[in-house]
Design a binder for this molecule. Sequence first.
Ligand code: ADE
Length: 430
Amino acid sequence: MRYDILTIFPKFFESPFSFGILKKAQEKGLIQINVHDIRDFAPDKHNTVDDSPYGGGSGMVFKPGPLGDAIEFAKADGARSLVILTTPQGERFSDKIARELTEYEQLIIICGRYEGVDERIREIYVDREISIGDYVLSGGEYAASVIIDAVSRLIPGVLGNEASPYDDSFRGGLLEYPQYTRPETYKRKAVPEILLSGNHKEIEKWRRGEGVKRTFFRRPDLLDRASLTVEELKLIRRLRRENPPSFRVYVALVHYPVYNKDLRIVTTAFTNLDVHDISRACRTYGVRVFFLVHPVQEQRVLVERVLRHWTEGPGVLYNPTRNEALALVRIKSSLSEALEEIEKVEDSKPKVVVTDARPGENLTGYSELKERIITGEEPYLILFGTGWGIAKEVMERADYALKPIEGNTDYNHLSVRSAAAVVLDRLLSN
Ligand code: ADE
């Protein structure tokens, strides 16, 4: 692999590639790193490579001329090459992208400065824009070093031990298992016995299991892509059972005060499907209690009868898992009753979150609220409205109003049970 780095700080690269694996890879001829000073391509005697942006604004922009000439100079004849621009606006660098980059013979990496490059350079020359994370560095030189290191490790022969990139974290989608070396006991902590047993099959099994556990606790988002055996899936189920989520989230389905189609305040009737489906979603995502809020006594009596069928009557034997979900339901005549019950159990008032299909101002995004729920200490009560949505007076008293669920079309008419499932998944899933 040949790398050509285009930078205004060529001295930056004097050290990162002069140690260890990358140094050896260059000595063995497996990789070649050329560094070009973009200033060498500036036509004027001051070696100017940047200028102020058209239209005004702060900062400077890379001029297209010198940078374009530097790219053309760097391009190796006949090589399968890719021009990369390092920028915080690029796609997020990953193990997958690193592997894709190994398919080329030459990578030309432009070290962007965060004020940017003239857009025409992007259009004419740049094949891929890469960011190494959601933060702004003072220059793309750091990003270029990261990309070159990650890609080079994947080139056959670069790592002494051919097997190691495949054991490393992210290969197979799991984080790496814990490693130990001599001494057997350090500060009274012993090496796990299995590693001393010499039983390679069992050691391999243990290591996979530890990789699964580590991924479960540290990066559960990776489990989705990991290829797992049935045995490992069972292990994850067990870990979920043994480590229930620590957040304290409650859900209420509000039947009054809600709007009807003509935006009049009404009371809606219970919908059996909503009761069943939302309680199942609540059980799946670790909600503590699902409140059904209805001011009409006859309606509450009716739904109590339905619930008894599934939690005490013939329904228990017919479908025991339904019992588990419906056991989360509490019937209340008003929202304040639900709030009082939460406060009694939790010893603090919950933060109230409302959901609505209508667009509005000062709405909270799902990832922001998710972070608050998962990392915070307070209990939360999420309200879902039946009919045409919860009345304004309730909305205004809430601590957070969530943004409407946007799919990827302009259609916005989810049933409340579908909306509840989507919201719970966005806020509470791993
Ligand atoms: N240049 C400045 N910040 C960067 C980032 N996060 N990734 C890649 N290049 C950058």
